[in-house]
Structures are given as structure tokens and as C-alpha cells.
Design a protein around this ligand. Structure first.
Ligand SMILES: [Zn+2]
Length: 301
């Protein structure tokens, strides 16, 4: 087990929700030797405790993939383990703690993730947990982590957070945020991931708009940057705008984690007409200057 633990490479997708991390994870997860796990930060509550469906469609306890991971990592999933990790998360994995992450519980908290990653048996895993604070925890614990920081125009993100969407897991509405709240979270998460790069962690930034403008080129460049050049022929493109996604075992994520089959990669600019002017001004003001750093000026990028 120890050898496996030290050789699992982690690709961590960071950024604010609704920025395209689930799509990017699904695309990267098609590469040979790479296993997409979804948002592992939610594994404990939504998977182990709430028994929500895996990306493969069956409830978490019935998924053979996760059952095997649980047995290898912890001798089986137990609610006591999940509660313990959630308690540690509450103590350690907080946005406001990231600059002094050296908490006494960090080692035990990070070890739970290390065991999960290793138990997949994969050489490379993708964790799309998104939160900058977990990225900080994993990096601080000495894990082999490459962070892919996914950014999206905050006006598009705010428009998405304002929409009514039902969760496929239980039909309840997904969380909605107003424009100011979205803008503040956008700045906090992206700022924290920027800081991580400045502290010497391996961070590659990808704009969602670039992924959709030139999917194959952007993904090829990213895969090379991740040190997976040999896997480039395995990119799942049917043509330059269409990918093919097989089943996955992503434990949590947005509704597209359940999608199997063709997916057309096309930019959605509905926010340019759908976001109210007043809301847009709020987002513009609260996300400057970071927004300009990524090229999201007053016009659509
Ligand atoms: Zn599954």
C-alpha cells in the first residue's frame, strides 16, 4: 500500500463552481491510465452518508468501483470514517485558513484523501473538488499534486449561479447565489488559487472560454503540461468540436457528470443577454482587477 500511496499523481481541478470543471474532468478522465473521481471533498457526505448516485448511475454503496476503493482504503466505508473526515475538514479545510494551513490535524485529513487516491489503483487521478482550500491542504501535505486552475468570465458564472436548475440526484433545486455573492466567491477562490501558484505549487491556468474556442488544441496543450504527452492520442474527440464520453465514477459534480455519449463543445454566451444590467455592474465592480488579469474586460471575452 505504501508504494502505491507514494506513486499516485493527483490532478486537482480548482476554481469556482459553474466554471467548467466537470466538463474538463470528464474529458481528461477519458485518457488512458487516468481516473476521474469527481469532487472527492463531497465523497464523505454525499457519497458515504447520503448514498447519492455515482456518475455511473447507481447509488454510491452499489457502485463496484467505489466499494473496492473503500475496502482497499479503509477496510470498507463506515459512517464513522466519514464523520471523522468531515470533522477534520471543518477544522482544517477552510478558505480563511489557507495562509496558515499548518494545522495539527492536516496530516490526518490529507491522509484520508491519499488513501482514497491510492486505492483506485490508478497512476493518475483527477479530483475536481474545486475548493482552493483543499488544494492548499493537499499541497501542504506533500502530495504529488498538479493544480489545474479553471477560470471563467465572472459574468457568465454569475448568470449560471442565478438560474433554477434541479439536481439530478434528488430533484431538489441546486443552490442559487445572487450576483454579489457569486462575485465575492469568484474573487476569493481565484485569488486563493493564484496565491497557491505564487507559493511554488504547480498550477496551470485554463480559461473555460479557450477550452470551448479550441477544444482539441487547448486540451492537448494542457495534457502535455501535465506531463501526460504520451496520452494525447487518447483524447476523446470525434471531431474538433465533439467529444465522446464513456461512463465515469465521479462521486459528485454538476449534472453533466452523468452524461454518456457525444458532447458538443460550444460556447454559451447566454449571459450577455440574460444577465441584468444592474447585476452585471455589481459583478464587474466586485471582480475587478482579477477579472482583467484573465482578459475578461467590459466586453465579452
Ligand atoms: Zn460508479
Amino acid at each position: 500500500m505504501i508504494d502505491r500511496v507514494t506513486t499516485t499523481r493527483v490532478i486537482y481541478l480548482g476554481g469556482l463552481g459553474r466554471s467548467g470543471t466537470t466538463l474538463l474532468e470528464r474529458l481528461l478522465g477519458e485518457l488512458p491510465g487516468v481516473v476521474a473521481l469527481g469532487e472527492v471533498v463531497h465523497l464523505w457526505e454525499r457519497g458515504v452518508l447520503a448514498q447519492e448516485p455515482c456518475g455511473c448511475g447507481v447509488p454510491f454503496p452499489a457502485c463496484a468501483f467505489w466499494r473496492q476503493v473503500g475496502e482497499r482504503a479503509f477496510g470498507g466505508w463506515a459512517s464513522v470514517t466519514a464523520h471523522r473526515v468531515l470533522m477534520l475538514r471543518h477544522r482544517v479545510d477552510r478558505t480563511r485558513r489557507i495562509v496558515r494551513i499548518a494545522h495539527r490535524d492536516l496530516a490526518e485529513y490529507a491522509q484520508a484523501y491519499r488513501l482514497v487516491y491510492a486505492a483506485t489503483g490508478a497512476g493518475v487521478v483527477i479530483d475536481s473538488s474545486k475548493h482552493a482550500s483543499l488544494a492548499w491542504c493537499l499541497v501542504a501535505s506533500g502530495m504529488d499534486v498538479h493544480v489545474v486552475h479553471v477560470v471563467r468570465d465572472p459574468r457568465a458564472v454569475a448568470y449560471s449561479w442565478g438560474k433554477d436548475v434541479a439536481r439530478p440526484e434528488d430533484g431538489r433545486p441546486m443552490t442559487r447565489w445572487g450576483p454579489a455573492r457569486t462575485a465575492l466567491h469568484w474573487t476569493a477562490q481565484n485569488g486563493a488559487l493564484e496565491l497557491l501558484a505564487r507559493r511554488g505549487a504547480r498550477v496551470t491556468t485554463v480559461r473555460y472560454e479557450d477550452l470551448l474556442a479550441a477544444p482539441e488544441r487547448t486540451l492537448t496543450a494542457l495534457v502535455r503540461e501535465l506531463g501526460l504527452a504520451a496520452a494525447v492520442p487518447g483524447l476523446p474527440f470525434v471531431d474538433s468540436r465533439t467529444a465522446w464520453l464513456g461512463p465515469s465514477h465521479t462521486v459528485s459534480g454538476n449534472p453533466m457528470r452523468f452524461h454518456v455519449g457525444r458532447v458538443e463543445l460550444r460556447r454559451d454566451d447566454a449571459w450577455t443577454t440574460g444577465l441584468r444590467d444592474g447585476d452585471r455592474r455589481v459583478v464587474d465592480a466586485l471582480t475587478w482587477p482579477l477579472r482583467h488579469r484573465y482578459g475578461y474586460t467590459e466586453a465579452a471575452a
